[in-house]
Design a protein around this ligand. Structure first.
Ligand code: ZN
Length: 317
């Protein structure tokens, strides 16, 4: 457990895949501590948390989940059992968590959707397998208290930061932003389009980055990597990064329809492992859909059998 200015504490939990760790934060509040995110629910999560909580000079009274990705929410049930704390989650995020983690047919939904976006059947099997790896390490969070953008929790303002996840929430107080995966220092947060996600996640993300610039926090504590000491500068860098990626995406489409799978090769290279290709396709789609809304690309939809919609893109005429 690491002590940060202002009485904040940071606990870093292991992840079996990149980036290898996730940060959870403990914020001092009136009745103890508010824990932000809990890490992946690995078999030893309860043990690791019990050891961390022993060092804490007060009880965890609230667990706040920033977003439903396994590395942030996975061990919530373990920590709740250890502490008896209430669990608070965003309304939209809780809905998406239910769609993704409580639907036993989710991998079929995902497979049909990859197929529609041009992924060959033999590759789909690998992509789905990768996505299912984390599923055993997530246990359902029962009946969280639901919050929305603009609400307050123990004096922290809840600031929605859609993009990396539609329902991602951050916390802001006195210039300190608990940023989750909205701002990361050396990593560009993934911004992908998925079957149940909002239609223009990159547009949402660019809006969230502009909001960060407007709110101008002094410091941001992220879910992965080092502390962001210039959040406004980092937000500007990420906006510039996506402007550049949009140009590359626009250059990868032409008059012949191309699927997101095809376009993911010039964007992300030929040599990707399945887990990386999975995110590459979703990320390519978020850029293509942004181009459609900018009037620079056109989406074409074909429904050959009625069950799978085949989607491809051309440059706008
Ligand atoms: Zn994360």
């Amino acid at each position: 457990m690491e002590e940060l200015p202002g009485g904040l504490r940071r606990v870093t939990m292991p992840l079996p895949s990149r980036p290898g760790h996730v940060h959870c934060y403990l914020l001092p509040v009136d009745d103890g501590f508010m824990l932000v995110d809990t890490g992946l629910g690995l078999p030893d999560a309860a043990e690791l948390w019990a050891a961390e909580l022993e060092q804490l000079p007060g009880p965890v009274s609230t667990i706040f989940i920033t977003h439903f990705h396994p590395d942030h929410l996975g061990a919530t049930t373990d920590v709740r059992e250890l502490t008896g704390a209430r669990v608070v989650q965003g309304r939209l995020d809780a809905e998406q968590a239910a769609i993704t983690w409580e639907n036993s047919r989710w991998s079929e939904v995902l497979a049909a959707w990859f197929r529609g976006n041009g992924v060959p059947p033999e590759v789909i099997a690998e992509l789905i397998g990768q996505g299912e790896l984390y599923r055993p390490f997530i246990r359902r969070v029962l009946d969280p208290e639901l919050v929305d953008d603009g609400d307050h929790l123990h004096g922290w303002e809840i600031v929605a930061a859609p993009g990396h996840a539609d329902g991602q929430l951050t916390l802001l107080k006195d210039g300190v932003l608990i940023a989750a995966d909205h701002l990361l220092l050396r990593i560009t947060p993934t911004v992908g389009l998925w079957p149940a996600s909002r239609p223009d996640p990159l547009g949402d993300y660019l809006g969230s980055l502009q909001r960060t610039i407007d709110l101008a926090p002094d410091i941001a504590y992220s879910g992965h990597g080092d502390t962001v000491t210039d959040p406004v500068g980092r937000a500007n860098e990420l906006i510039a990064h996506h402007a550049e990626r949009l140009l590359v995406t626009a250059g990868a489409i032409g008059t012949e329809p191309r699927t997101a799978y095809e376009v993911s090769f010039p964007l992300f290279g030929d040599d990707l492992r399945p887990a990386a290709r999975r995110f590459a396709v979703a990320e390519t789609l978020s850029h293509l859909e942004r181009l459609v809304r900018d009037g620079e690309a056109e989406r074409h939809e074909l429904q050959p059998n009625g069950d799978v919609t085949n989607v491809s893109y051309t440059a706008a005429q």
